[in-house]
Design a protein around this ligand. Structure first.
Ligand SMILES: Nc1ncnc2c1ncn2[C@@H]1O[C@H](COP(=O)(O)OP(=O)(O)OP(=O)(O)O)[C@@H](O)[C@H]1O
Ligand SMILES: [Mg+2]
Length: 385
């Protein structure tokens, strides 16, 4: 087994910078996820490792070997694509065994390893079927089988579950997780689905616009986002961002002066931000508490839309004058809160859980250990459930 290292990797297509300054180490046996919006450079990063794309600058090592100029065939990295890329005119058995055939493994050993791989993926009964009449989930398992049969040093997957329906996605997700653990293969997995990333990865690599924004455990990127982009990208519904001013009495107000928002922060929380005067406050939807009658020190707004979600509901709240200065907040509340469209609603904030961001650069302002300690208690929503 081996680790993987990107050192200042860059890929340009003419003037387009697909990725830049990629510095990343994936440890031996680690499951790393490249996560980010469409076009941010995830596939490019993966293809550079597979050898399917040649970096413009930088080096890539697999184990002790600099593979930057090594032919894809000799990198011992197996890739699974979003569209599976199976051979349609072959049976399942032939598809799974193909990499061994190319490698010149004799037919007895091949048969044995195909059988073993099929059993691992619980598809031995499909071995003699044609690819064409398999379901999407079955095809995906064949694609996984074809990738793992060689026991590659590195396993690369580019949105392998994107074409599956929601239920199948969940079951394939846990299958991939178990398989990766059992085989202990160093893995890079691409997705733009943050929930999938949270549930699968040991390490998340959040990308935007060709750059890595943060590398951390799922817990770190959720609770200690380094900047506004990561904070907004991770978590659903997204974190609310409000540009505010803070005064000496700990009161925060939106810089656009939307009416109804005079909120006094707890003093230890206010102390974190006092020197900034203006900053961007970040509040996850579930860190508001919604009240249908007036309460002291609350943000007063009006219910715009409610979206039931079983035990919870998402409430869109308008604060201020819809035709003038206003802000909109997304609030997650228990379904027992009787939020009615058009009526007033009062919001309090679980202060220690908020984040502050530099309004210009987007970097997170230091918030000490307070938010972290409290955020991991049971009241906070776990990102991975
Ligand atoms: N062969 C190419 N020629 C020119 N530009 C390219 C090429 N491949 C990728 N790009 C550009 O590089 C950037 C990164 O693309 P990439 O495919 O890596 O993004 P991605 O994160 O995988 O996106 P998606 O989630 O949509 O798959 C994009 O701006 C894309 O248009
Ligand atoms: Mg892609």
């Amino acid at each position: 087994m081996v680790n993987v290292k990107y050192d200042s990797v860059e890929k340009r297509y003419g003037k387009t910078i697909a990725v830049e300054d990629i510095d990343l180490t994936v440890e031996d046996g680690e499951f790393a996820i490249l996560l980010g919006p469409s076009g941010c450079g995830k596939t490019t990063t993966l293809r550079c490792l597979a050898g399917l794309t040649e970096p413009t600058n930088g080096t890539i090592t697999i184990g002790d070997y600099d593979v930057t100029d090594v032919h894809p065939k000799n990198r011992n990295a197996a890739m699974v694509f979003q569209n599976f890329a199976l051979y349609p005119h072959m049976t399942v058995r032939e598809n799974i065994g193909y990499p061994l055939k190319v490698a010149g493994v004799d037919s007895d050993e091949r048969a044995e390893r195909v059988q073993e791989t099929a059993e691992m993926l619980e598809i031995p009964e499909l071995l003699d079927r044609d690819i064409d009449n398999l379901s999407g989930g079955q095809q995906q398992r064949v694609a996984l089988g074809r990738a793992i049969i060689r026991r590659p040093s590195v396993f690369l997957m580019d949105e392998p579950l994107a074409n599956l329906d929601a239920k199948l996605k969940l079951s394939m997700r846990s299958r991939i997780k178990v398989l990766q653990r059992e085989l202990g293969i160093t893995t890079l997995y691409v997705t733009h689905d943050q929930e999938e990333a949270m549930s699968l990865g040991d390490k998340l690599v959040v990308m935007n616009d060709g750059h890595i924004q943060q590398i951390g455990t799922p817990d770190e990127v959720y609770h200690e986002p380094e900047n506004r982009f990561v904070a907004g990208f991770i978590g659903s519904p997204s974190m609310n961002f409000i540009d505010v001013e803070i005064d000496d009495s700990r009161t925060i107000q939106p810089t656009n002066a939307a009416d109804g928002f005079d909120y006094r922060l707890e003093s230890n929380v206010a102390d974190r931000y006092r020197e900034h005067e203006e900053f961007t406050l970040g509040v996850r939807p579930q860190y508001f508490t919604a009240h249908t009658t007036p309460v002291d020190n609350a943000i007063r707004g009006r219910v715009k839309v409610t979206e039931p979600q079983g035990d919870d509901q998402i409430i869109d709240v308008l604060v201020g004058d819809e035709d003038g200065d206003h802000i909109e907040l997304t609030v997650k509340a228990p379904s027992t809160v009787e939020a009615v469209r058009g009526e007033d609603i009062w919001l309090t904030i679980d202060d220690p859980l908020v984040h502050g961001f530099d309004s210009r650069t987007g970097s997170r302002l230091a918030d000490g250990d307070v938010s972290r300690t409290k955020a991991v208690d049971s009241r906070a929503q776990s990102p991975s459930d």
